[in-house]
Design a protein around this ligand. Structure first.
Ligand code: FAD
Length: 285
């Protein structure tokens, strides 16, 4: 169980993967998972519906990781478009595949949703789904957290107050949004502990290997880009190989510093990139 792994003194290293959107790419994802498994992550998570992927694919990928690769898996699940019966049927699918960990997320408002649908949603916040899961299932539940606050929250303190409600509802560990300045993460964990949030917190790290990522994943995440990283982009952005090397090196330094600080775990947003992950894992030991 992931909770047991996180309660040990060892710092866990885990990976996030995603189901490719296109059918032709989906067939090759299993070979990618095989290669990532060789790097021996403590556990892996698979995103849900992110970037337009089909939700059912999350179950297929999570099942492959759990049952074929024998690596503990967390299936992400977003409730923004869920009715109770959708949640129940997704839980049934996961249960059938022997998945016992879910990352309970609200999700972002899909473009197709009208104001009426969005404002009338059945599970308003992730906490509402956590409460439902806690009462009706035996899943181990993880939640998301935001070292630089969630983009909708009026303040860091208000976001932390809602995070406390989420952990009190039954979240047993947290995975953070990506961040590029470790100081934000250390400050966040200190404040969370002061607020009585005592569950393990895995630090979310995304290696930036191309300038395109800044315009997509990073902008969407709402995470800030410190000067050191923007200098790397300015100096290496025109040369894809140099940019890749410098970006991986930046992530390695972030992870080594997190390890030196004794964080609970590091969760790496792999973007399904084997070569990057091999280099990174080779360097962090
Ligand atoms: P919540 O915890 O519900 O918080 C959302 C906002 O509501 C916050 O501002 C919070 O402060 C506020 N809030 C909470 N409770 C209350 C309350 N009672 N009253 C007023 N305000 C409240 N998205 C995907 O689509 N698929 C994925 O697979 C995916 N994986 C992710 C993995 C990680 C580790 C992270 C950090 C994010 C992921 N996301 C994913 C993105 C996520 O869905 C969005 O960030 C979403 O906007 C918020 O989800 P949440 O679960 O954090 O929401």
């Amino acid at each position: 169980m992931i909770n047991d792994l996180l309660s040990k003194s060892k710092i866990t290293i885990s990976f996030e993967v995603f189901p490719p959107k296109k059918e032709e790419d989906f067939q090759s994802v299993f070979a990618t998972l095989d290669s990532l498994a060789e790097l021996k992550p403590d556990f892996m998570s698979c995103t849900y519906g992110a970037g337009g992927s089909k939700p059912k694919r999350t179950v297929e990928i999570a099942s492959y990781i759990q049952n074929k690769l024998n690596i503990d898996t967390i299936a992400h699940m977003t409730c923004v478009g869920f009715k109770k019966e959708d949640l129940e049927s997704n839980c049934e699918l996961l249960k059938k595949e022997g998945i016992s960990n879910v990352l309970a997320l609200r999700g972002d408002r899909p473009q197709y949703m009208t104001d009426e649908q969005f404002n009338g949603r059945e599970f308003f916040y992730a906490t509402d789904m956590v409460k439902y899961l806690k009462e009706n299932t035996s899943f181990q539940i993880a939640g998301a957290c935001y070292p630089e606050k969630h983009y909708e929250a009026d303040s860091f303190e208000i976001d932390l107050k809602h995070l406390k409600e989420k952990t009190d509802a039954g979240v047993s560990f947290l995975i953070s949004q990506m961040f590029f300045s470790n100081e934000y993460f250390y400050r966040f964990v200190d404040k969370a502990r002061d607020a009585g949030i005592n569950v393990p917190v895995c630090a979310g790290i995304m290696p930036i290997t191309s300038t395109k990522q800044i315009g997509t994943s990073v902008t969407l995440s709402g995470s800030s880009v410190p000067k050191e990283l923007s200098d790397i982009i300015a100096n290496h952005g025109d040369d894809p190989d140099d940019m890749r090397k410098a970006g991986i090196d930046y992530a390695i330094r972030q992870i080594l510093d997190l390890k030196a600080h004794g964080v609970d775990g590091v969760h790496i947003y792999t973007m399904n990139r084997i070569k990057t992950m091999k280099e990174l894992m080779g360097a962090i030991g």
